[in-house]
Design a protein. Sequence first.
Length: 153
Amino acid sequence: MANTYHQVYIQVVFAVKYREAVIANEWKSKLFGIIGNLINETGCKTIIVNGVEDHVHCFLGLKPVISISELMKTVKAKSSKYINYNRLTLSRFEWQEGYGVFSNSHSQIDSVYKYIANQEEHHKKQQFKEEYLEFLDKFEVPFDERYIFDELI
């Protein structure tokens, strides 16, 4: 649309169902590349996708005509289809229902990028659940901890 200008940066965080550590080093960079391409195919702009064995962080420039819920529905469905089609996990792969989404200003791009790029080191010191709850607190997102993650019973 002519004369429409935007600058909307968001970080989306989502987990493997039950936070299982199944994203293997052998194929995670390929998966993250696929997720980045899926984001770009919507008209949004991937800045970085990274994560560890149980969750993913996506930092992107959101195109205003794209809803975050539709973006994530597409990204999660198509990336899990890729994992299952290629039989990358021993059992059927699923993402956890839902996600966290947090907005950032232009001045934060560098620090958010570095934070996401450094996920391996970061998670040597902090578990994902702690990190996620910290994000919710930092961004003052109200939540009920009972509904944050499905637990494997």
